[in-house]
Design a protein around this ligand. Structure first.
Ligand SMILES: [Zn+2]
Length: 257
């Protein structure tokens, strides 16, 4: 005989059953989320005196918009172009360090290949891209607005596999210069496109992709999206999470030629 639960139990008992069911659903969702997003251990630490010395005068100077105390060093595991496991260091703003560690854990779990992760100051401008180094923080003016700081200057941006994912300068063409051959978006190793695992992982955490910048796509670039009054994007009150890509709109018009 089929009877509704509420008719069999006093109302208090029915409530307990419902609470238990709700609890079970929450646990199941947590397990499902964990199954998709395994978090491998990442070591997040303040910058060491050695790192501060190495950065000063290179990736950072006293005129930069964030102090060194706001930046952290994240030791991450990544899946190399050689299909082996590697360790690398990326410097980012402390507010988004745990989220970035989670992103790199998911990239590793998805076997998204990364050539090398290493701090920018070990290479410098241009060289880091030519040598295909994935970096986070470096203090520079924005390419498209020389009076403003780039999002890297706040530690809220990552350049991922810059050779496979070049930047298109309207005047000078693809950058780094040897990377034009990599510009077409296909399923090549380490490339980012809306169909790539890297794109899905970053956008799920609310990091926008520079590949959508019309006219000047910056294919290597992801930025954590925040909104609100302070100039420093890491201090803004509104933090975006869970972006969804709707095909057939912006990307097609910005598709690299
Ligand atoms: Zn960038």
């Amino acid at each position: 005989m089929m009877v509704a639960t509420a008719t069999l139990l006093p109302s208090g008992e029915a409530l307990k059953v419902q609470s238990f069911r709700l609890f079970f659903v929450v646990i199941a969702m947590a397990l499902a989320t964990n199954a998709q997003s395994p978090l491998v251990s990442a070591h997040i630490a303040p910058l060491t005196p050695q790192q501060r010395t190495a950065m000063t005068g290179k990736s950072w100077n006293p005129g930069c918009p964030v102090p060194l105390d706001d930046l952290v060093s994240i030791r991450v595991t990544y899946y190399g172009f050689d299909s082996k496991t590697h360790l690398g260091t990326i410097v980012l703003h402390k507010r988004f360090a745990t989220e970035a560690a989670q992103i790199f854990a998911e990239l590793y779990a998805a076997h998204f290949p990364i050539n090398k992760i290493d701090p920018w100051e070990n290479y410098g401008p241009r060289v880091y891209a030519e040598q295909d180094i994935t970096v986070g923080f470096y203090c520079e003016r924005a390419d498209d607005a020389p009076t403003e700081w780039s999002s890297h200057s706040y530690g809220v941006a990552i350049d991922l596999n810059p050779r496979e994912n070049p930047f298109r300068d309207v005047k000078k063409g693809w950058w780094p210069p040897t990377s034009a051959v990599f510009a077409p978006r296909d399923n090549g190793k380490g490339k980012i496109s809306p169909s790539s695992g890297a794109f899905r992982i970053f956008t799920r955490h609310g990091w926008g992709w520079g590949g959508f910048f019309a006219g000047e796509p910056d294919l290597m670039h992801f930025t954590k999206l925040t909104f609100g009054p302070p100039a420093n994007p890491a201090d803004r009150p509104y933090v975006i999470n869970g972006l969804t890509y709707i095909p057939g709109t912006a990307f097609e018009s910005a598709q690299p030629k």
